[in-house]
Ligand binder design. Structure first.
Ligand code: SOE
Length: 391
């Protein structure tokens, strides 16, 4: 194969479901589209169910599998541990991986709690390994281009961000009590699952949060036990019911350190919205809008445009001028959700070959977790919470 002269980075992935599929695909595509200095090799995956993990390894192109993640970490033919398991396992696996000198990639939210995330950051720093957290949406070329416009000052001073992540896949009261609805496994509901993404986008594009105030609601309080598949379709088991102890919806307001104001909404009860991950940012000289369901497009309004021609224009961010886009297809030939993971993991490869932890890394994960924690504290107390409380 072409990659023969390049240094290989041997990946060990823990978990293999929805995110496992996204990451496996991305690792495989990196050498196809990008000319990175090092190339990932799909060495082994780990999962408890032998039949499931074997089938996943075969289907997704992994060399081997383990039924215990600890075994993966002990192996000396693995350089990177990629964590795509439920949130309550992130800290233990990441810390063990770092102690064994492996680089670490972890799905979001980084941890169950702020405290755990801080421990994870300390351990990766102590071990001197490369680390990243998978906030993939900032790797859509249109979002990267939005960042470029903001950094160039094209929007001027930023006044507002309003961001949503709206879903509707568990509105039926018959939808089962899956792990994402159990606090002890997920940490929180919509806040950590969906809110974490829009918090990351806001930190990337606008800056650090200064203070927040929020509200949360659990609309369906009891659900049947059961499972769901990779398409977020639930299957209830008969008879047994359990209590939902996380939020179905979270809304919060924020003030940023640079004085901008933010309004955020994360919900699984927004009928008709499957993945309404959207933001609008308003600055003194212009505005931008992005919608993940049309992820190649960025809407841009520039006040400097001639009167009469002013208005939001739609830029299809598939030109070579748009970050990451040139690696794929000629302009206008769009890319999709899976490419956000490829772009993120290209950064991980660059970090490994050049010796740094690309953003979003565990520092970003901790910052994100501070916002999650502050929103929860504000919901508990009914008061604004300053992020400086946690620094
Ligand atoms: C389910 O809510 C989910 O898959 C999230 O877990 C992801 O983080 C989000 O990107 C899409 O929806």
């Amino acid at each position: 194969m072409m990659m023969i002269n390049k240094k290989q980075v041997r990946i060990g992935m823990v978990g293999y479901k929805f995110m496992g599929k996204a990451h496996s695909h991305a690792f495989r595509d990196i050498p196809f589209f990008f000319d990175t200095e090092v190339v990932p090799v799909l060495k082994a995956i780990a999962g408890r169910d032998e039949q499931g993990v074997r089938q996943a390894a075969e289907k997704m192109g992994w060399d081997s599998y383990e039924t215990d993640w600890r075994r993966l970490i002990e192996r000396n033919d693995i350089d990177v541990i990629d964590i795509v398991t439920p949130n309550n396992t992130h800290a233990e696996i990441a810390i063990a991986a770092a102690k064994a000198g492996k680089h670490v990639i972890c799905e979001k939210p980084l941890a169950l709690t702020l405290e755990e995330s801080v421990q994870m950051l300390e351990e990766v720093k102590k071990a001197g390994v490369v680390h990243m957290v998978c906030h993939n949406y900032r790797f859509a070329p249109a979002v990267q281009f939005a960042k470029k416009l903001i950094d160039q000052g094209r929007l001027g001073r930023i006044f507002h961000i309003r961001a949503t992540f709206l879903q509707d896949w568990l509105m039926s009261p018959e939808f089962p009590l899956i792990w994402r609805l159990r606090k002890e496994v997920s940490g929180s509901g919509t806040l950590g699952d969906l809110g974490a993404h829009i918090i990351d986008l806001a930190r990337f594009l606008v800056g650090e949060f200064d203070e927040v105030v929020g509200m949360m609601e659990t609309f369906v309080k009891k659900r049947p036990l059961g499972e769901m598949d990779m398409n977020l379709k639930g299957r209830a088991e008969s008879g047994k019911w359990g209590e939902v102890n996380v939020d179905d919806a979270s809304v919060f307001m924020a003030r940023f350190e640079n004085g901008a104001l933010g309004v955020f909404e994360a919900t699984r009860f927004s009928r008709g919205n499957r993945a309404g991950n959207r933001f609008e940012i308003n600055g003194e000289k212009g505005s931008i809008r992005w919608d993940m369901e049309n992820m190649n497009n960025l809407q841009v309004y520039l006040e400097e445009d001639e009167p009469g021609l002013q208005g939001f224009r739609t830029i299809n961010c598939t030109e070579v001028e748009h970050p990451f886009a040139g690696a794929y297809w000629p302009a206008g030939h769009i890319i999709g959700y899976e490419h956000t993971f490829i772009n993120l993991l290209v950064e991980m490869m660059n970090g490994i070959s050049r010796g740094f932890s690309p953003s979003p890394n565990f520092e970003d994960g901790v910052r994100n977790q501070m916002v999650l924690e502050a929103v929860e504290q504000s919901v508990r107390t009914g008061k604004w919470v300053k992020l400086s409380e946690y620094v």
